[in-house]
Design a binder for this molecule. Sequence first.
Ligand code: BGC
Length: 520
Amino acid sequence: MAGGAIVNTAGGKDYPGKLTLFVFLTCVVAATGGLIFGYDIGISGGVTSMDPFLKKFFPEVFRKKQEAKTNQYCKYDNQLLQTFTSSLYLAALVSSFFAATVTRVMGRKWSMFGGGLTFLIGAALNGAAQNVAMLIVGRILLGVGVGFANQSVPVYLSEMAPARLRGMLNIGFQLMITIGILAAELINYGTNKIKAGYGWRVSLALAAVPAGIITLGSLFLPDTPNSLLERGHADEARRMLRRIRGTEDIGEEYADLVAASDEARQVRHPWRNILKRRYRAQLTMAIMIPFFQQLTGINVIMFYAPVLFETLGFKGDASLMSSVITGLVNVFATVVSVFTVDRLGRRMLFLQGGAQMFVCQMVVGTLIAIKFGTSGIGDMPKGYAAAVVLFICIYVAGFAWSWGPLGWLVPSEIFPLEIRPAGQSINVSVNMLFTFCIAQAFLTMLCHLKFGLFYFFGGWVVIMTIFIALFLPETKNVPIEEMVLIWKSHWFWKKFIADEDVHVGGNHLQMANNGKGADA
Ligand code: BGC
């Protein structure tokens, strides 16, 4: 009863328009905003396992690493080292609140530009770092950049895309994230071989490349019709809509946009507004989806894959190589979702991906338990270690076609215009908060929970999968400014939405009620 059947009720109609080359290109450029986030995620794990880097900034960790008999689970447990990784996410969390205002008042484009520029400065500072303070200030600037980009890019993509292809185009963002991660891992693999010991500098400074791409790229991007209209540029909005849909026949979609922007203009305080009863469903999703995305445990692999593989007994080079493999799986599995998300729908991917991740987590936890037990001392034969890597890869694939892309897609498409930037910044900041917690706590958790860490995240995957099954309606193919109809016909959320809260351009209310009668 939850979800599935509702699709055709409200989502049966589509606006005319095709995927124009113009939209495709703008979406590709905007999606490159994902590169900076991905590069960051991928770079820190490798850098923090490089000896020259540890010797210079974290000598104590280096010493511990040398002691042969140290407990495998605990050798990297160090607060300052974790702060290096996690400070970025704290900065991103705070900055996404400012980014919400920039995105609303100045448009999505300038938010992306600002993000790219700040990131560029952060990269320079990091590459030239002489002490831990410089490292961390650099990371903070990178974080501000990520906050701005993750705030504006997903919303931009969802507004530009025709409803029918919104999933596919939006996932361009996640695809760029995974490409960024992979590029970072490959670069680490190469720079680790630099004998003179400055490889880590090259790794950190190269973050300037993706930053340059989005900074320059954003200058060429047009603003979305939704944002133009909201800022009072009606003619331009209409022209832009015609251009991106490649047709003159935009009447109905334009009417929906106007209705949405009229509504938006009456709202002075999006932050207060979002707390209203009628937005309860969207607010819940903006908090729970990013929270759950992080509780899949994916970033344990993304940040610390080299460290994790070293813990499992791989030598330095082999462990970087193994994380390159998981990086490749991550990219390819994301492509799967690009082509299925608008056909199979969001729910199907969420549920299938969840089941796959759960099984793998149980297997990996058990394999590690058998070899390392609770003492953390032991050895893994080659074949055995290969099996661990294999299941980690299957797990990563499950994430990459479910919670990875959908964690960004779904929140960006469910908010009505008047609270969209506010909603998105809740999404970004909750995501960053829990990314931060995991980055900060993982090495300590590994040290204490040991193999149980995998069971811990597996348990969360069960909970989130049930949550989706019950509470998330299918949103594929539903025009973004008509999303309210989806909630209005959901078995649980409909009671939060009164009939008079449903304003769309056409008269679709009846369709949403669908004879069931809303008890608002
Ligand atoms: C998540 C990141 C994660 C990445 C992995 C993103 O959707 O937000 O935290 O590292 O996917 O590909």
